[in-house]
Design a binder for this molecule. Structure first.
Ligand SMILES: [Zn+2]
Length: 235
């Protein structure tokens, strides 16, 4: 029996049971029971398609492992070009504007639900300054862990000495992956955990790569990287 999902429009598979026909959506995993001519939702959908943000995805390969990477848009650096609305909102996130932080936090929740990542924990990438985590990182990770009922990994990755901020340092002084790797420690074992690693902007990717390595070394079985933006290089 063919049926399309009333929530997301994907095809639903059906099976007959003593209670009636059960339809299962291949997209949002919603389940509907049909008895005579009454339909009842018996499992809620994983996501609301109207709330799924636009996003880009690609695979990174780190330590021979596939690390799916998702980001919401491209960041155009200040001064080099006219900044678009998205880039401005990413800067507002960095400045700690609460309405922007909540909007991005909802986007990240809906992206994780839509991609069915089902992580055990979300961990923010620490800032370049010793012991620091930005307000945006902290609040976003709090929100996502509450909404998805997963562990809050704030302070699991810690910077124990400061490194130069990449975008402020001249190219030959810019920290490389090894500098990040050496200056960041993992405070807890992550045995067999599926981890979402979060950062606001990915530029060279050196910090993220170092963090992914560290997380795998702490025992994680899977790492997904999510950033709000990826820097668009303008010549
Ligand atoms: Zn569906």
């Amino acid at each position: 029996m063919m049926k399309f999902c009333p929530n997301c429009g994907s095809l639903m598979t059906s099976r007959e049971t003593p209670r009636g026909t059960i339809f299962v959506c291949r997209g949002c995993e919603m389940e509907i029971l049909r008895t005579e001519d009454i339909e009842t939702i018996i499992k809620l959908p994983l996501y609301d398609p109207k709330k799924v943000p636009e996003f880009h995805s690609e695979d990174l390969w780190i330590n021979g492992k596939r690390v799916p990477y998702y980001f919401l848009g491209y960041y155009l650096p200040q001064n080099k070009t006219q900044q678009d609305e998205f880039s401005k909102s990413v800067l507002d996130f960095k400045k700690g504007y609460l309405n922007v932080i909540s909007k991005f936090a909802e986007d990240v929740v809906n992206l994780i639900r839509f991609k069915k990542l089902k992580p055990d924990i979300i961990i923010p990438i620490p800032s370049s300054k010793k012991g620091e985590i930005s307000l945006g990182h902290k609040l976003l990770v709090d929100y996502v862990s509450n909404e998805l009922k997963i562990k809050n990994g704030t302070r699991i990755l810690q910077r124990w000495y400061s490194v130069q901020k990449s975008h402020l340092a001249s190219p030959n002084k810019r920290p490389i992956e090894r500098d990040h790797y050496l200056s960041i420690t993992c405070k807890q074992r992550l045995e067999n955990m599926k981890v979402v690693l979060f950062d606001d902007i990915l530029t060279t990717g050196d910090t993220a790569r170092a963090c992914v390595r560290i997380i795998f070394e702490c025992g994680a079985s899977k790492v997904y990287l999510i950033t709000l933006a990826r820097t668009k290089l303008v010549r």
